[in-house]
Design a protein around this ligand. Structure first.
Ligand code: ZN
Ligand code: ZN
Length: 480
């Protein structure tokens, strides 16, 4: 519920929105405010100071989101909670919560399934009982939230802080011009949405307070309990739970599909929000009627939609193909893998190594530097000779020579790990030598393999693809 959102039965539409383009504003908007001048600077354009802070506060929303629940808590002290009322309050909590999650959110904001009129009416009524504004209005903001996630045009961007995304955006005034525009022409054509929007005051008063009171009063004579527990306090809990989708679901949990934006998956958020907690998935696949895709994950909203479809009340349930979902998951895994790889020492990149003449290499090795050439790449193994698992004598016999064949099976077929380790010791490349030709050609021939790069442009060296690994060099040479 943004600042311009009507709360608890107040004006069904904020007059500040009256300068929206035609797709936003219907032809029969109630409650136009003649005092609103879109050309006048909005209060949010001035910094908050000691003198003007109270002008920044949305007192109406404060009263309905915080003031009334506080009064409800106080009244609860004098109102004993009876068991049938407690059960009714919980049941009605689920109904009104579903009105938001299955109705406002998945049906109207995202069109993730279609519903027959009786179901639509039910959802519009119980959703109204959650006191979070009209469907039209709520969906408009929610579409802006998806389209402009984490930006200044996102009405409840978590980048402005956890408390801001939870409640701050409602208790502080918002500049309506800041919020990103979205197309809601489909909602303006939905008779249930239009009816609920026009009669929002009556829907909210009846479904929010009168109906729960009537049920408890006529049912078991607990009028006051029905009003306080199933009415006021239940509204408070449904509101706080739903607000968690904007705050908690953008704050705690995993990001299995994309970590460039804030939405996250977490079971706690799912429990609090009737299954809306798999929010990283939801932002990636918003028109999927599911938020949780595993059978064991908690998504009662999805279960209800599925049951309604079996009863013929809902149809055209949309699902992304698992191929598309898995692609997203693999890409994110790949990104994490690339980040891990980039932290490892893969040796100086070949193109950054100095080119050494063969004679210079032999000369330096003769003068005591522990140089060894494998596949045209020179390695300084001075500090490694003593540690060589195959013994000092063998490794020393390769110094100053071309050890390609020795390393690649002539003496011992070295492991992938050995090639990896060797690459960290490389210091130069030999100009024009036979082995250099081999690796250059091997690189050309295996272009796809050797030049694979990750997101950050780092070369990926697959196991067995190190430059020093020469597969059957004689065959390659004869084939040339
Ligand atoms: Zn979100
Ligand atoms: Zn959504």
């Amino acid at each position: 519920m943004p600042s311009h959102q009507p709360v608890a039965g107040m004006s069904a539409i904020d007059p500040e929105f009256m300068d929206q383009p035609s797709a936003m504003a219907g032809t029969s908007e109630p409650n136009r405010n003649s005092k609103y001048d879109p050309k006048k600077p909005h209060i949010t354009e001035q910094p908050i100071t000691r003198a003007n802070w109270y002008k920044h506060v949305n007192w109406l929303n404060c009263f309905f989101i915080l003031g009334i629940p506080m009064m409800g808590c106080v009244a609860a002290f004098w109102t004993p909670l009876r068991l049938p009322t407690a059960i009714w309050a919980v049941v009605f909590y689920f109904w009104t919560g579903l009105g938001i999650t299955a109705g406002y959110h998945r049906l109207w904001a995202h069109k993730s399934y279609s519903a027959r009129t009786p179901l639509k009416l039910f959802l519009a009524l119980v959703g109204g009982g959650a006191v979070e504004g009209s469907i039209r209005w709520w969906s408009r903001d929610h579409r802006a939230h998806h389209r402009y996630t984490d930006t200044n045009k996102d009405p409840y961007s978590v980048r402005k802080g956890l408390m801001y995304s939870h409640i701050g955006w409602m208790v502080m005034k918002q500049n309506p011009k800041r919020i990103g525009r979205t197309d809601i022409s489909d909602l303006n054509e939905d008779p249930v949405v239009v009816w609920q929007h026009k009669n929002y005051l009556s829907v909210v008063a009846f479904m929010g307070l009168i109906f729960p009171t009537l049920v408890a009063g006529l049912g078991w004579g607990d009028w006051m309990g029905g009003f306080i527990y199933a009415g006021i306090l239940r509204i408070f809990f449904v509101q706080q739970a739903t607000f968690c989708v904007n705050s908690l679901a953008h704050w705690i949990g995993e990001q299995p599909f994309d970590d460039r934006n804030s939405p996250r998956d977490h079971v706690i958020t799912a429990f609090v929000t009737l299954g809306e907690g798999y929010h990283n998935f939801h932002h990636e696949f918003p028109s999927d009627y599911r938020n949780a895709i595993q059978w064991h994950q908690y998504d009662p909203t999805k279960w209800c939609i599925w049951v309604w479809s079996k009863l013929g009340l809902a149809y055209n349930l949309k699902q992304f193909r698992s191929n598309e979902i898995e692609k997203g998951r693999v890409q994110q895994l790949q990104k994490k893998l690339d980040q891990k790889r980039s932290k490892l020492d893969w040796g100086i990149p070949l193109d950054q190594l100095p080119v050494i003449e063969w004679e210079d290499y032999v000369e330096q090795a003769k003068n005591g530097r522990g140089l060894i050439a494998v596949a045209g790449v020179v390695h300084d193994i001075t500090d490694f000779i003593a540690e060589h698992p195959g013994g000092k004598a063998i490794i020393k016999s390769g110094l100053g020579k071309d050890a390609t064949a020795m390393f690649n099976g002539g003496v011992y077929m070295h492991s992938n790990a050995a090639h990896n380790l060797l690459s960290t010791m490389r210091v130069g490349v030999i100009r024009g030598g036979c082995e250099v030709e081999i690796w250059k050609r091997a690189q050309r021939e295996n272009k796809d393999v050797n030049y694979v790069k990750d997101d950050a442009g780092n070369k990926i060296i697959r196991a067995g693809n190190q430059i020093t690994k020469v597969e059957q060099p004689m065959v390659s040479a004869s084939a040339a």
